[in-house]
Structure formats: C-alpha cells, structure tokens
Design a protein around this ligand. Sequence first.
Ligand code: 3PG
Length: 306
Amino acid sequence: MEKVLVATDKPFAAIAVKGIREVVEKAGMELVLLEKYTEKAQLLEAVNGVDAVIIRSDIIDDAVLEAAKGLKIVVRAGAGYDNVDLDAATAHGVVVMNTPGQNSNAVAELVFGLLVYGARGFFNGASGSELKDKKLGILAYGNVGRNVARIAKGFGMDSYAYDAFTPVEAIERDGVKAVQSTEELFKTCPIVSLHIPATAETKRSIGFDLMNSMPKGATVVNTARKEVIDEAGLIRMFEERPDFVYLSDIKPDIDAELAARFAGRYFATPKKMGAQTAEANINAGIAAARQIVGFLKNGNEQFKVN
Ligand code: 3PG
C-alpha cells in the first residue's frame, strides 16, 4: 500500500487533516502523520519508506531526500517552495509541486489585520489613522496580490501594483493602477504590501533606498518572506525615518533588536499566521492530497515546479 506522509512542524487544523485522510484513504493509500516535530531526525526517520510527502514551510533538503528511500513526490501545501531544494529533488528523481492560490485569501486578510493594527498605533489608545483614501502599493500581483487589491477596495484604498510578469491590462482591469517598476511603486505609495517570492533575484531586494523613497507615513507590510528584506537597510530605515512602521508575518533575524529599539513601530507575529486558517488549511491540504493521488495513480504533473 502506498504511503502518504503529512510532515508539518506547524500543523494543519484537525478538520483539514480529516479531509486529507479521506482523499488518501479513498485512493487506497495509507496516511502517516508527523506533526509538531521538533528535531530534524524525526523527519529523517518519518520520510523513510513513504511514497509521497505533504509539507508546509518544512525544509526538504538533500539530507531529507537522501533518507527518503522510495519517495516519488513532495507537495508543498501552499504557494512558496523556497523551503525545498529543487535541484536535490530532481537529482533524486522526486517531483515537487505547490498548490498555488489555495491559501491566498487567508494571507490577504492578514495583511489588513496587520495594517489596521499598525494604523491604530498597535491599539495604544492614541489617535491613529484610517486606511481609506490611502495609496496602497502591491508588490507583486499574483494570487495574494489580487486578493489584497480586492479587499483594499472595501477599505476605500487607492491601489497601485507592480508585477514584472503580469500584463498591465490584467492589473488595470481590477481597478488597480499598474506602475512601471518597484521603485515607482515605493515612491508613489506610503503603504506597501510585499507579495514577492524569495528567489536569488528578490532576496534582500527591499533595502534602505527603496523604503526611504516612500512618502511620509511609510509602512511596509511583509507577509511574503523575511529573506526579501535587507535587514541592515531595515534598521537604517527605522533610525532615519521616525514615521516608518514595519509589520511582518515572518520574524526577521533581527527581531529582538527591532522589538527592543523600535517598539511601537515594529510588529511581527509570534508564529507565521498568514495561511493559518481552517479554510486555507482545508483548501491547500486537500489540494495537495488530490495532486498526490493524481500523480501516483495517473502521472498527472500539473503544478510541478522542478
Ligand atoms: C505559503 O507560501 O503558502 C505561505 O507562506 C504559507 O506558509 P505556511 O504553510 O508555512 O503557513
């Protein structure tokens, strides 16, 4: 019997696991669970002998792939797959997929949770500001960016977006103004929400000069990846711009320093919360299980990323 492992350091909601189990067992496969593991050794042991693995931000590197004798497919239940060593997976003959779009509304809703929290001074009792009529910059216009634009309309915000790969018409059709570059987006918008993946090109791409070009009341909200921020530039931005606020769903490496030095202007969620809703867990988890069944039974490679 083929085995499907769910290896999640940050577990799915129980209802999502139930749904995954139903899909897997209906296909005549066995579900194995490794949740809330604390040591890599536990993952190395669990992957041995399974045919498929469903993960979230869990690290799949060469050592894991080496230990995973018989592994055929890894599905990242979510959008970003920078936690998977694609070259190593390919070298081991393992297919890697993601489940694009399945958790994007959850992430987009959190953007506004963070923005309201920031605009109201972290609920400190003093008068804050409103989001209505403010210019919101959306970097980039993928599944999450589009959901951010949709929700921003309800807040009465004036949305701008830059995306190197999405045609201008597709952005403007949504009532969002398309700008020509990341630089133009930051120069135009006092609020910028990051939705770029962590790649060789984007890592540390958001630095001091870019952030310092933002109009007064500069706020950056990061629900993407910590790696896209240049952390030295982030500190300098806090130091030189007393109006600057940084709201993040991913703790930077310098979290303790920022919390100590810039309290009231810096907030990071204690645990990455963007995709942590029952709905997103169900959508992404069940999509992952279905993709595994489709691949193992019929060789369906839709959403393969390596
Ligand atoms: C994603 O890339 O899908 C999101 O960052 C969610 O990540 P998570 O599954 O670790 O919460």
